[in-house]
Write a protein that binds this ligand. Structure first.
Ligand code: ADP
Ligand code: ADP
Length: 237
């Protein structure tokens, strides 16, 4: 469970970008974060994985406070947070399998990439996940040989390799066509169910948010202006 309480983020001396945000997300629910550009969506996700330092407030993941963690404790906490990106963030020159295994390591050691010395159990886990999302037959292809939808599946599997307790997706469909977007959104939904994983998706496409998620959180100027069912979104503007 993710529990965000009174989260404030201020860059420098500017007006806060997040203004005392509260949000609770339980296991296996998929939440879309929508809002105009600049509303604070990316800042919120980056506060959760601590790419951005929150100014104040609390972010608890299954009881562990993430704000103010340092050093080894922060690295351990980050491993529980899977991240999926708009631009996939794959390493083009490496194979699909190597990209996926990078999720286990948290980084790719050139030595390991060259010698392929990965623990057998990691390779097996990678194959299981790749089969689940339909990319196992591409395991030894270079990442840049794949289509956008396939590359995003690699991104999802890489995020799942670390056995995360939450999955964050920052505009995961923004580089994809509508049909492929639908497949990726449905995949995230079913994985959330299968793995009892909360999934937070930043998405500017309100139609996609409505179609493929069960809960929408609307941000405007760093404040939550909506939290509810997709069917109710946009009614009381
Ligand atoms: P969204 O993801 O909804 O588009 P962002 O979280 O990217 O919103 O940005 C929210 C606000 O914070 C914007 O006004 C943006 O200019 C500002 N901002 C984002 N990152 C930084 C930064 N590193 N330094 C200063 N201001 C930033
Ligand atoms: P813009 O700055 O582009 O005019 P707004 O700041 O008015 O957009 O709205 C921010 C986001 O909130 C938009 O993505 C918009 O689609 C969405 N939105 C529209 N109606 C509602 C509503 N009733 N509740 C919550 N969010 C809404």
């Amino acid at each position: 469970m993710l529990e965000i309480s009174k989260l404030v983020k201020r860059y420098g001396n500017d007006e806060p970008v997040l203004k005392e945000l509260d949000l609770v997300v339980e296991g296996s629910s998929v939440v879309s974060i929508v809002g105009a550009s600049g509303a604070g969506k990316s800042t919120m996700l980056r506060c959760i994985n601590r790419l951005v330092e929150p100014t104040s407030g609390s972010i608890r993941l299954n009881g562990t406070e993430l704000v103010n963690l340092r050093g080894g404790a922060l690295r351990r906490a980050r491993r529980k947070i899977g991240m999926v990106f708009q631009g996939f963030n794959l390493i083009d020159r490496l194979t699909v399998m190597e990209n996926v295994l990078a999720g286990r390591l948290g980084y790719v050691s050139l030595y390991q990439a060259v010698t392929r010395r990965y623990p057998q159990q990691d390779i097996e886990r990678a194959f299981t996940l790749m089969e689940r999302v339909g990319i196992a037959h591409y395991a030894n292809k270079r990442a840049d040989a794949l289509s956008g939808g396939e590359r995003q599946r690699v991104g999802v599997v890489r995020a799942l390799m670390q056995e995360p307790e939450i999955l964050l997706a920052d505009e995961p469909t923004a580089s994809l066509d509508p049909r492929t977007s639908e497949q990726i959104m449905k995949l995230l939904q079913s994985l959330a169910q299968e793995l009892s994983l909360p999934v937070l998706i930043n998405i500017h496409n309100v139609a996609q948010a409505k179609a493929y998620t069960e809960r929408i959180v609307g941000l405007r100027h760093g404040k939550m202006i909506f939290d509810g069912a997709p069917g109710d979104f946009g009614k009381e503007a």
